[in-house]
Design a protein around this ligand. Structure first.
Ligand code: GTR
Length: 347
């Protein structure tokens, strides 16, 4: 009998102890939930990119998202919809103007359809190298081109690197403009790119980025043009193995924020978003350098036929009609002159 009651006491103590523990547990769970409630985001931003998550531009957006979340103490959250989940560039630009997308990372070529002065960044053979481009982008011209986006419902937050674009195709290496004759070359939905490819003697075919692989594979097009990382990540090299380094343009990427969303934000939040965008630009440019090298190496390992072009003057001559067309606009003429002068200073 005695033994039993001792056992009972021990069991009772254990029971009380475990109840206490579970009370503590639920109390701490409660405080976690409360904590979570406290940092529940007040602002959720939707951002878009047409590249996969490990591409430098998308990485730039992830960096920006982390920066915003940390600096706002969890109040601002930015979701990254990569791989063209929200649509192709032309559609996402429109959605950004309507406010359905808050931040959009796109290439400037399709943006030239909206804001005309942006054309200067797409002009063929205008930029000498990356340094020339950076001087322009990071100086007063780059700033002005971003400001020019405002009447179109877009707030330009900065530029990401995209290197130089060159031609690739499934038939032959290109050494001179005549080699492009008769080739159907896919271009972005951008009039300046159509004009340039036509001036060089090929047949321009505007098409969404996501459709290019199949179009190359089925022979709907013969080639396209892009930088090394895009050519590599899309695996276009599998179906178009000749890459000819003419570096016809240095069109950078741009971060477009929806003016509709912008107007709803406080001054302090706008400042923080600008700061986060700037930090992401620095990060992306660093990544870009690494990815460009890595992509080129992997393309060479995969047996892609990469050729240099010694005689670039024939290409420059062939695109003169493009200059004639766009220089008619005095604003564009002035900007191009300024860009050329910046290039000359570098010599
Ligand atoms: C890439 C750019 C993409 C897209 C693509 C294209 O260089 O990063 O956003 O514009 O070119 O050719 O459509």
């Amino acid at each position: 009998m005695r033994k039993i009651s001792w056992l009972g006491v021990v069991l009772l103590v254990l029971l009380i102890f475990s109840c206490k523990k579970s009370e503590e547990k639920s109390a701490s769970a409660k405080s976690l939930a409360e904590q979570k409630k406290e940092i529940k985001p007040e602002i959720i931003l939707k951002s878009a990119d047409d590249h996969p998550p490990d591409y430098p531009t998308t990485q730039g957006l992830f960096y920006m998202a982390k920066y915003l979340e940390e600096k706002s103490g969890g109040r601002i959250k930015m979701r990254v919809y990569h791989s063209a989940q929200l649509g192709s560039e032309k559609e996402t630009i429109e959605q950004t103007q309507f406010g359905a997308i808050d931040l959009n990372r796109v290439n400037i070529n399709p943006v030239t359809q909206i804001s005309k002065t942006m054309i200067v960044l797409a002009m063929p053979f205008l930029f000498k190298n990356e340094e020339h481009l950076h001087r322009v982008l990071d100086g007063k011209i780059g700033k002005k081109l971003l400001e020019d986006l405002e009447p179109y419902g877009l707030v330009g937050l900065g530029y990401y690197d995209a290197g130089a674009r060159s031609f690739y195709n499934s038939h032959r290496p290109i050494y001179k403009p005549e080699d492009l004759k008769g080739l159907k070359i896919r271009v972005q939905k951008s009039q300046i790119m159509i004009d340039m490819v036509r001036a060089l003697g090929a047949s321009p075919t505007p098409m969404a980025f996501e459709e290019v692989y199949t179009a190359l594979q089925t022979g709907v097009i013969d080639g396209a043009e892009n930088n090394f990382p895009s050519y590599y990540y899309t695996r276009h090299y599998e179906v178009a193995k000749y890459y000819s380094l003419d570096k016809h343009c240095w069109s950078p990427e741009v971060l477009l924020f929806s003016k509709k969303t912008w107007e709803r934000l406080s001054e302090a939040d706008r400042r923080l978003i600008k700061e986060a965008a700037f930090a992401s630009v620095i990060h992306q440019r660093k990544l870009w350098k690494e990815y460009e090298k890595k992509a080129e190496q992997r393309l060479r390992q995969a047996g892609v036929k990469i050729n240099q072009i010694k005689e670039i003057t024939a290409f420059q001559k062939a695109v003169e009609p493009v200059y004639e067309k766009y220089l008619k606009d005095p604003k564009i003429k002035e900007l191009i002159q300024e860009i050329k002068a910046i290039g000359e200073e570098l010599e």
